[in-house]
Ligand binder design. Sequence first.
Ligand code: ADP
Ligand code: ADP
Length: 231
Amino acid sequence: MIQIEHLSKTYDGVSEHHALTDVSLTIEDGDIFGIIGESGAGKSTLVRCINLLERPTSGRIVIDGEDVTGYSGKQLLKLRSSIGMIFQDFSLFQQRTVLKNVTFPLELRRDKKEHREQRALELLELVGLSEKAKSYPSQLSGGQQQRVAIARALANNPRVMLCDEATSALDTRTTVSILGLLRDINRELGVTMIVITHSLAVAEKICNKIAVIDKGRIVETGETAAVFSNP
Ligand code: ADP
Ligand code: ADP
């Protein structure tokens, strides 16, 4: 369970500019939790706080009962490796093959070569891209590139995936197939998903719970069906 408690973030040098104000959320294991808001609402800031890329000005983040807000060094690296991230622009290594993109997190962990390649092939099979292992990202469609990014994000067996506008660069049909894949990963591997999006359609399609963020504040939160049925 991830508890975000009274999180506020003010950027240095920007007087009285509150990117987040008193944000509290509870994300339970197995949730597909949507965070919806328009551009500038504070979504990226919230993601960077959850991932501890950014320190909140006040408030705390508690994961499974443990306050992680002050983590640094090894604890921080361990926490980050338990969170898989995917982005709008896929962020793949262009000079590496698909297989080598997926083995990358395992190289950092110094896994043995045969082991990491075998694991990467399993993950590519899971995302339906076995036959592209030797291709380079530029040879793939956007949807295929996002599948590679998903496989890479799963390499460390994360309990949580942060999906930051993961389908925003994709057409509708590809979006539907990527959302289906994320849902399968949630159901079959039990990975909790945090889905950051400006798209109501995406949130409604995949999320069981959502929070709506506006000007750095949570203005609405609850089960997806209940939130969308509000007038
Ligand atoms: P979103 O991801 O929803 O578009 P952001 O979290 O990027 O929103 O931004 C929230 C607010 O904080 C915006 O007003 C943005 O300009 C501001 N902001 C974001 N990052 C910084 C930063 N590093 N320094 C100053 N202001 C920032
Ligand atoms: P992303 O969603 O990829 O984080 P953003 O537009 O939120 O993209 O931010 C891109 C970079 O610019 C980030 O490092 C962010 O901290 C910084 N940034 C965003 N808004 C501002 C701002 N108003 N002032 C200064 N830096 C900002």
